[in-house]
Ligand binder design. Structure first.
Ligand code: ADP
Ligand code: MG
Ligand code: MG
Length: 559
């Protein structure tokens, strides 16, 4: 049985109890071999539907392992989900305005670039192309704003973890993880109800075929449910009797609890719109990848989706080293790869020093930025996504300088959590003292992307003590640690023994909302929210990167 430790979960599950009948308890009451079969079947379904990644340990271009995922979706308050969705266009706009404000970017980063070589290289590149005059006025942002919930006096509210402006991944895998949990056309429905204390329960939906597996060994109620549900050909069935039963069970409503997700389609339509604006039917899309792309499914499905929406459009994948060796800039500043003019460059790499093995990769990045190709992101957008900019926007009046609409700026500001600069001055000293007094309350962040770079707890103390009187402090920002509500779930990982896959864990979730913004100078042509992704991690883990190995794919179950 679930022990309701957290009042958040308590509230949620009590709400759920209004809708649902008890069915299945957590831990899932299955015989070991049945549970093992269920997990294997789900893993097979997932990898066979594009939920794969390359193995870090045994990298091969010819094989995939299944992405890690949660067995059940995670409960997320509908109102907070909708808030995150509806604020995305304002966040897109904010990022765009920030990226075009040289004075602001400079004031945010001037101290940081003195001490942080990577950010300095990016900034120098920006200054170079700016002084030469930007060759392309059109910009394309494919952004992902990440949120966690934080408890406040009157409930849980979303707080922004960060804004990603480069290589915002999981537009595809976010959909896959929803589909693992979502019953689909042609499948019967499987319902797992997790009973808790206080007669309260949460609901998870699993793919149809597993219903039988689950129900074989279960209670009378589950068998009843099985009898009803298994008689259906699919949830979308139009047969009146089916609808009647679903209505009886209140299940039609439940579908709305797993929100539709069209992130991939939306993101790719942004790339295609940019290509159309470039207005050269022979031009191509260039995707910049790492030397070894672990997240190959997520990337390739973007490519496949572009091909689906626009079959005549060619996509080329290259890493920065290959660009340095193979690409050229024409006299008219066209970027030429494999003899083709590049209309749009979509960066899925280039966000960490690891992607720049030598000067060659930097010269490749410079060549791209100098070119007429539409960059996603351009260097300004890349810099606008630094943690330093996020921290500066949170200082009083700064966000409001960019977002004039008071309702929008108030809504955005409510999602900010405490962010502090650590420069060598009085305010920086205060922040350092605060962190040294109670490091558990904070996260210490450098200007890096891709997960695994932040410091927590005692490591914060060590770091800050070691650079107490040094300018190096300006390379970092301090952020209030967000404490999201704890839920229970099963974390299914590849090559993990059954015992671990089948042990119920305490997890917390992070929601990412995707946005696209296509502009011609200051003229905003497209500004939309296009979908979501969710990741969960053990409460004992500080970071939740899926490829870093701690996070697993999840999907929101809205109540
Ligand atoms: P990155 O750009 O490397 O992804 P993030 O700011 O997203 O950097 O931090 C990485 C991870 O660290 C997040 O996914 C989250 O799990 C954790 N994290 C970051 N900021 C906070 C915070 N303020 N409170 C709690 N956890 C955080
Ligand atoms: Mg990031
Ligand atoms: Mg992140």
């Amino acid at each position: 049985m679930v022990h309701i430790k957290d009042s958040y979960l308590n509230i949620l599950v009590c709400k759920m109890a209004v809708y649902l009948n008890p069915c299945l308890s957590l831990p899932i009451n299955l015989a070991e071999n049945e549970f093992e079969d269920l997990i294997q079947k789900l893993k097979d379904w997932t990898i066979m539907h594009g939920g794969g990644m390359r193995s870090k340990k045994q990298y091969s271009n010819d094989s995939l392992t299944v992405v890690p995922f949660t067995l059940l979706p995670s409960v997320f308050p509908r109102s907070e989900f909708q808030k995150a969705v509806s604020i995305q266009p304002a966040l897109n706009e904010l990022t765009h305005y920030v990226s075009n404000d040289h004075a602001f970017l400079y004031s945010c980063l001037e101290k940081t670039i003195e001490v942080d070589e990577f950010t300095r290289n990016l900034f120098n590149l920006y200054e170079t192309v700016r002084s030469e005059g930007f060759a392309q006025r059109i910009s394309l942002g494919m952004l992902r704003s990440d949120f966690m919930q934080e408890k406040e006096a009157s409930g849980y509210y979303i707080k922004q973890v960060e804004m990603n402006t480069i290589a915002s991944g999981f537009g595809w895998l976010g959909i896959v993880s929803g589909d693992i949990h979502r019953p689909q056309k042609g499948h019967t429905m499987c319902i797992l109800l997790m009973c808790g204390a206080l007669q309260s329960r949460c609901l998870g939906l699993l793919r149809s075929d597993y219903l039988l597996d689950v129900c074989n060994s279960s209670s009378v109620k589950q068998v009843e449910l099985n009898t009803i549900a298994s008689s259906f050909g699919g949830l979308t069935s139009t047969a009146p009797t089916h609808r009647f039963f679903f209505q009886q069970m209140g299940l039609l409503d439940k579908l709305k609890m797993l929100p539709e997700n069209k992130a991939l389609q939306g993101l790719c339509s942004g790339i295609i719109k940019a290509w159309e604006l470039f207005n050269d039917k022979d031009s191509v899309i260039l995707i910049i990848i790492e030397n070894q792309s672990m997240n190959v499914c997520d990337q390739r499905f973007h490519e496949f989706e572009i091909a689906r929406q626009k079959p005549e459009l060619n996509v080329i994948r290259k890493n920065l080293t290959q660009i340095a060796n193979e690409a050229k800039l024409s006299d008219t500043k066209d970027l030429i790869v494999q003899g083709k003019k590049v209309a749009v460059v979509y960066f899925r790499a280039g966000y960490t020093p690891d992607h720049y093995h030598s000067e060659a990769e930097w010269s490749a990045r410079l060549m791209i930025e100098r070119s007429k190709a539409i960059k996603c992101p351009n260097i300004q957008y890349h810099l606008a996504g630094t943690k330093k900019v996020q921290q500066a926007l949170a200082t009083p009046g700064m966000l409001e300088r960019f977002i004039k609409d008071t309702k929008k700026s108030t809504d955005i500001r409510k999602m900010f959590t405490g962010l502090y600069a650590l420069d060598l001055n009085e305010d920086g000293d205060k922040a350092v003292k605060m962190a040294l007094d109670c490091p558990e309350r904070f996260v210490l962040k450098p200007q890096r992307e891709g997960g695994g770079n932040n410091l927590y707890g005692e490591d914060i103390r060590h770091k800050l003590t070691s650079c107490m009187n040094s300018k190096e402090r300006s390379a970092w920002i301090l952020m209030d640690k967000i404490n999201p509500p704890v839920q229970q779930n099963y974390l299914i990982r590849p090559n993990q023994d059954f015992k671990k896959n089948s042990s119920l864990c305490d997890v917390v979730s992070e929601l990412g909302i995707f946005g696209i913004i296509l502009c011609d100078g200051d003229n905003i042509l497209i500004n939309e929210q296009v979908g979501h992704m969710m990741r969960s991690k053990l409460t004992s883990c500080n970071e939740g990167g899926v490829h870093a190995g701690d996070g697993v794919l999840d999907s929101p179950f809205l109540i």
